[in-house]
Design a binder for this molecule. Sequence first.
Ligand SMILES: [Zn+2]
Length: 414
Amino acid sequence: MQIEKYSMGIGDRFGRQGSAQLKAFMQARTDGIEIVPVWNKSHREHTIVHTEPDAVRKEADAAVAAMDWKHSYYVDADHIGLKTVDSFIESSDFFTLDVADFIGKNGDETDIRRFVDKYEKYAGNLNIPGLDDGISVTCEDIKRIANKYLPAVHEAARIYARIAKVKGSDNFITEVSMDETDEPQTPMDMFFILAAMADAGIPAQTVAPKFSGRFNKGIDYVGDVDAFAKEFEADVAVVCHCRKEFGLPANMKLSVHSGSDKFSIYGVIGEIIRRYDAGLHLKTAGTTWLEELIGLAEAGGVGLAVAKDIYAGAHSRFQELCDPYATVIDINEAELPTPSEVFGWDANKFVAALRHDQLCRDYNRNFRQLLHVAYKVAAEMGARYFEALDLCEDAVARNVAENIYTRHLCRVFS
Ligand SMILES: [Zn+2]
């Protein structure tokens, strides 16, 4: 199984928007942009919403049938590890092996020595096609990287083997992710991580490093866009070079776990991948859930009332909802509207505060981030939430499709 050049990971917390999401990909096809969808859902999301991995497979299959989608699509067991992978194996065909927790765990001395012996030939000025300056590498660098990352790569090999034993080694897509950690990986780190992955026999088709800057949930990138562009370009060049150098899959590409909506870097990402003729997996999550809320609010009446109640619930449970996401949200509590203010809002005001339109005066990134992590409140509403979605289906589906097509697919891939 080989993933196409361009793919986009789409989350759907409640599993209702598969067809609306797919509509965006179909619209892109009519513009001549070929991108395949990957429905992703992590163990954490399943736990909060009380769903099983199989539900994502069912949703994807149903959407594909309903929309008569003739192209590839995948179901991603997102951010799984040895402890959580088993229940995903049957229904998924894309696996994101999250080994961030194993970075910096004490590595085996013999492994490290063997790695340094094998790769010290790269010490000096490492020439990477496309990069003017190359990368300056010392033996100490190689040792430090081996010590830090070999345990993570070896863990990825163990998870990969577990899946391959059940599914057969060629029947799924492997992604290795190291993004959920504190320190970004540099392009030099990436070079040697890819060498280690090749040694460990992991046929990863996508790799998700942690990039510099803040990738907060649902809001724009926070950081130096020029510095990001430099780093991203070096990573793309390293991946392209290492595929041949180490005999990795020829279609290996970067996966950007965007946390959704990193609009200010979408342009440079698109420009760089086209310049290098490189592939890209853009993984979002949660942006569809926020469009559900926007659709509900826009429809007014029952929908707007549900959206307001979810905000009020989230506001009163701020700590509980935000704690699990502490490293990926930055909410200024002083700028959150009180629930009683929000109860006084009309549909337009609610939509304007939530929709990710940075040119709109009423857009409130704090409001948006809190609602991003508030899907637990909607999950607990149960039937009332789902009935509102049914009632407001047109407005919800329109916003979901429009968001993926206009704000994401067009901005990155066209
Ligand atoms: Zn991630």
